[in-house]
Design a protein around this ligand. Structure first.
Ligand code: PLP
Length: 334
């Protein structure tokens, strides 16, 4: 059965079922749990800021696959099905550092689509366990080549067997950023009552920043869009890219952001610890990077005596990082 786009947007089951089926009016299918994430306020870490400088964060770990990438994966799959690029019997293939893979795996399981993923072999054991639980096929690539090595491997496979595979290609697929244009940007605008002044987000594929940034600038061109990147090619910020030395994602337009901030691994790790201990927020490392960036912008604006409503986005929670990052979360120390 072709899935109704309106169904995915509203999340109700009513439009997606035949008239003979009994449907509980309040019931939702898995896809309907994606998006509409809470906008989180902070309790203690922003206490030093003046009352007219506020920071909020989209709590993306509340998506059913545990990360922001559910949004992109859903739109990539729905768009490919609609355009006839993902047909029955084909396998969805992509390279992923984890979260997009988890989202494809979850949606593939729910929709009966085979999924094959290429990922660097140093991805955390929790992620691998989650992917295996959803029943996907995994191909591990050289960790020294990072996510770029996984991209090269998947391109080779698809070039050899183009009819067997749908290459989801999250780095070049416009459905990635469009997911955020259609959902994340609209949610932020509505949840702030149109008062948002800055949007701050890290760059991985860049889908989050491109789509959300474009939508917010369409609402109000004065909204400042600020990208965050690791400050060095060798970094520990999983999910984020150092653009000057990485393969540039096809969807990335470096002219969209008004400015970029380089954030260190050390500052991000320290922030992840603080978010857990001072805010009760067990978030992932790139979420901590986002908070470092948002606080920097807030402190600059406050120093100039200007008001601001800064919105950032916390891509995922801490659960997948606990075993590999006892240094941050203190799993083995006090
Ligand atoms: C943990 C984490 N943070 C941030 C990002 C970056 O998001 P985007 O790819 O939309 O730029 C990703 C992307 O995979 C991620 O997994």
């Amino acid at each position: 059965m072709a899935v109704n786009l309106a169904f995915a947007a509203t999340g109700t089951t009513q439009r997606a079922t035949t008239s003979r089926q009994m449907v509980a009016p309040g019931a939702r299918r898995l896809e309907g749990l994606i998006g509409n994430t809470p906008l989180l306020a902070f309790q203690r870490m922003t206490a030093h800021l003046p009352a007219n400088v506020q920071i909020y964060a989209k709590a993306e770990w509340t998506n059913p696959g545990g990360s922001v990438k559910d949004r992109a994966a859903l739109n990539i799959i729905m768009t490919a099905e609609r355009e006839g690029k993902l047909r029955p019997g084909m396998t969805l293939v992509d390279s992923t550092s984890g979260n997009t893979g988890i989202a494809y795996a979850m949606l593939g399981a729910a929709r009966g689509i085979k999924v094959k993923l290429f990922l660097p072999s140093n991805v955390s054991p929790e992620r691998i366990a989650i992917l295996r639980a959803y029943g996907v096929e995994l191909v591990f690539t050289d960790p020294l080549e990072g996510s770029d090595g996984a991209i090269r491997a998947v391109r080779d496979l698809v070039a050899r067997e183009p009819d067997a595979y749908f290459y989801a290609d999250q780095y070049s697929n416009p459905a990635n950023w469009q997911a955020h244009y259609q959902t994340t940007g609209v949610e932020i605008w509505e949840q702030t009552g149109g008062a948002v002044t800055h949007f701050v987000a890290g760059l991985g594929t860049s889908g989050t920043l491109m789509g959300t940034g474009r939508r917010l600038k369409d609402y109000n061109p004065a909204i400042q869009v600020i990208s965050l990147q690791p400050d060095s090619p060798f970094h520990g910020l999983e999910g984020l890219k150092h653009m000057p030395t990485a393969i540039k994602p096809g969807i990335y337009d470096e002219k969209l952001a008004d400015r970029n901030l380089d954030i260190s691994t050390e500052d991000s790790y320290a922030m992840a610890k603080r978010l857990a201990r001072e805010e009760g927020l067990m978030v992932g490392i790139s979420a901590a990077t986002a908070m470092v960036g948002a606080l920097k912008v807030a402190e600059e604006v406050a120093a100039r005596g200007e008001p601001a409503m800064i919105v950032t986005l916390f891509p995922d929670g801490a659960a997948k990082y606990l075993s590999s990052h006892s240094d941050i979360y203190g799993a083995r120390s006090a």
